[in-house]
Write a protein that binds this ligand. Structure first.
Ligand code: UT7
Length: 339
């Protein structure tokens, strides 16, 4: 299904923040656990190390740290936030972790909910929050992408465990009368028929309840991935959806200052830039430090790029998230910076 829309009221990105666990695991350290090498992981993925959550570094805690940093950059009082969207596939609580984040940061006037769309989650969350603001019903939202995939890894499966890490990133989004710095447009897609390429399914376990009635026992297995299929999907669909979005909103690819892609594999980032005929120097990447942090990658690399001064107010960003579902999407926006 495809959905695209022109925004009603203008919506501006005015703050960002991020947080990562303290524990660093290098490729050489992973090679002590599974049969792999730093050379294989570096050349096939661009990843050198990743972060793994320790005790106390929950999805809620990292999300709250990232959200507080975004609040501070935006100069917002927590009371002024109307909405918190937490994109995560690994909540601390299956009933939702967003209200916990709301309570930690003291955003007592906000309503908060989780949104699950794996590696596309942050982009889906950004678009979802923007709808509340563009209709005029709300003014300020925090969109957080946060995941702890290391909890759901088969650490003996070298084909998947070398790719993933933990992290969180957040964006402060505001309804604005400014015309220059806006979320210009987006497109989102899903294809459940290809969902088996990458999933984290429930275990199929049943127990007798009473008599001949059984009940399902909750619990998930590990991440299951067909790496080559996901790779082919990404290098085909991501350039396509970015091109479609540029065309729909009549933006020339030459106007793009930065390509902000889900950080899955450096080879995917390079292939997408090539297909859009964009210089590699326009591709934001921090894959070497964190690997694939799922819903967190886009706001995490974005926050680091803002704080290092690379991305400047007014810059035009083309972003794309993609992954399990399968799900993917693209958006075009200008970074407004704190107002
Ligand atoms: O958010 C989306 C999440 N998923 C992804 O982004 C995954 C996208 N896919 C990829 O990034 C790549 O497909 C991988 C990095 C997962 C794999 O790279 P590849 O170039 O497609 O490797 P491959 O699966 O074709 O495997 C090549 C060889 C195989 O050995 P043989 O059969 O040729 O002898 C694998 O067994 O590399 C072997 N291999 C490894 N060797 C050392 C696979 N994983 C490893 C490893 N270390 N960690």
């Amino acid at each position: 299904m495809t959905f695209s829309s022109t925004i009603g009221h203008s919506v501006a990105l005015v703050g960002s923040g991020s947080a990562t666990p303290r524990q660093v695991v290098t490729n050489d350290q992973l090679a002590q656990r599974v049969e792999t090498t730093d050379e294989w992981i570096s050349t096939r993925t661009g990843i050198k190390e990743r972060r793994v959550s320790a005790v106390g570094e929950s999805v809620s805690a990292l999300s709250a740290t990232a959200a507080n940093a975004a609040l501070q950059m935006a100069g917002w009082d927590p009371d002024s936030v109307d909405l918190i969207v937490l994109a995560t596939s690994t909540p601390d609580d299956l009933f939702g972790s967003a209200p916990k984040v709301q309570s930690i940061i003291g955003a007592k006037n906000a309503f908060a909910f989780d949104l699950t769309a794996a590696c596309s989650g942050f982009l889906f969350g950004l678009v979802t929050a923007s709808q509340y603001l563009s209709t005029g019903s709300m003014r300020r939202a925090l969109v957080i992408g946060s995941d702890q995939l290391t909890s759901w890894m088969d650490w003996d499966d070298r084909r998947s465990c070398v790719l993933f890490g933990d992290g969180a990133g957040a964006i402060a989004l505001e309804r604005t009368t400014r015309k220059d710095n806006v979320l210009i447009g987006f497109q989102l897609k899903s294809d459940g028929s290809r969902g088996q390429c990458l999933n984290l399914p429930q275990k199929n376990q049943y127990k007798e309840l009473v008599g001949n009635i059984s009940h399902h026992c909750g619990g998930f297995s590990n991440i299951q991935m067909n790496g080559q299929e996901v790779y082919k999907f990404a290098v085909r669909e991501v350039p396509n959806i970015l091109k479609e979005t540029l065309k729909t909103y009549q933006v020339d690819s030459k106007e793009i200052d930065w390509l902000l892609l889900h950080q899955a594999n450096q080879r995917i980032l390079d292939a997408v830039a090539d297909r859009l005929k964009l210089s590699q120097s326009k591709v934001l990447s921090n894959l070497s430090k964190y690997g694939n942090t799922s819903a967190a990658t886009i706001p995490l690399v974005f926050d680091e790029s803002i704080r290092s001064g690379k991305v400047k107010p007014g810059d035009l960003i083309a972003t794309s998230g993609f992954g399990a579902g399968l799900s993917w999407g693209a958006a075009l926006f200008r970074w407004a910076g704190p107002t």
